[in-house]
Design a protein around this ligand. Sequence first.
Ligand code: SAH
Length: 234
Amino acid sequence: MKITVITLFPEMIHQALSWGVVGKAIEKGLIELHTVNPRDFANNRHNTVDDRPFGGGAGMVMMYDPLERALQSLNSSAPVTFMSPQGKRLDQKLVNQMATRKELVLLCGRYEGVDQRFLDKYVDEEVSLGDFVISGGELAAAVLTDAVARQIPGVLGDAESALSDSFMQQRLGYPQYTRSEKLGRKDVPAVLLSGDHAAIRAWREAQAEQITRARRPDLLEAGAAPDGETSGHD
Ligand code: SAH
């Protein structure tokens, strides 16, 4: 999958996504990550990309023109996603849907945001991390890219491991245990040491169900309509 991020801080994107399974996926070429910086398209003496808002008020607004030239330089017809607190709230269902696309173009705002005329003309959807405000779209774009990357075949070593993650089947994940020098096998549920794979699977399913019921009963209700599956519906 090709992912292009339009950002004034490209290093934030490359740095954030250079680690672990996502970093490896980029190295292997499973994800082609590009950034484009509107500042390179500023076309004025001071490389200005922002200006004061018409009508006055605090802060600065990202200008239309450098953004338009930056976008046009991509020569892409992929839909443009604006990371925005005013967007649709990101969840696993949206992540899975976006993971079926061939190409993503993610726009990161800064300052007080982006000139509305650019959003009206070029942006196809807005996606929010949640009901809070952060200082720029970069961390949001990195979160979205990481979540999408995990759903791309070959990115996670074990094809099963994404499926047992929280939210993949309208359930939270089950508890995990591993070797400890200090604790030994103390308090490890006996079934996990039994070698009985069917029993282990049943225990994990029951745990996931119980934890979901206690913490997020809303997910189980949503599970009645299974629309969060990985299988692509475009
Ligand atoms: N004045 C804007 C907020 C600007 S914050 C408003 O009231 O809506 C600057 C930039 O950070 C935004 O343009 C957006 O790209 C990004 N951002 C802030 N909060 C975000 C969130 N919850 N999800 C995604 N992006 C966010």
